[in-house]
Design a binder for this molecule. Structure first.
Ligand SMILES: [Zn+2]
Length: 122
């Protein structure tokens, strides 16, 4: 007998959505860096993780090589995006956001509390 429904579709990894983008200002809401505010340096949507400036710093012990003297290198490690909230510069805290279209059709995220547009300036 042929089993039906065996080929149930799994969510494709490229369809995984994360709520943070590169250059966003975010607040860490749990973990050892709780309360820290930093800029998103890199996002890994497939893993649901992001690297945030100054957050989740890990010390790596590097062996000396002919090219470097080795020692301890500190660098930020990826943190799960569920531990992050977008930071509103007006509310000075992590906030939930809603989406809005500007008159020119640009989609922006706005703070649900104060209505401030939260998009990285560049
Ligand atoms: Zn706000």
């Amino acid at each position: 007998m042929i089993r039906r429904g065996a080929n149930k579709k799994l969510p494709k990894s490229h369809e995984v959505k994360v709520h943070v983008k590169k250059n966003d200002m975010v607040v860490v809401i749990s973990g050892k860096d709780k309360g820290k505010v930093g800029k998103v340096l890199q996002v890994f949507p497939r893993k649901g993780r992001a690297i945030v400036e100054g957050v989740n710093i890990v010390k790596k012990h590097m062996k000396p090589t002919p090219y470097s003297s080795g020692g301890i290198v500190e660098k930020p490690a990826p943190i799960h995006v569920s531990n992050l909230m977008l930071y509103c510069p007006k509310c000075k805290r992590g906030v939930r956001v809603s989406r809005k279209f500007l008159e020119d059709g640009t989609k922006v995220r706005v703070c649900k509390k104060c209505g401030e547009i939260i998009e990285p300036k560049e």
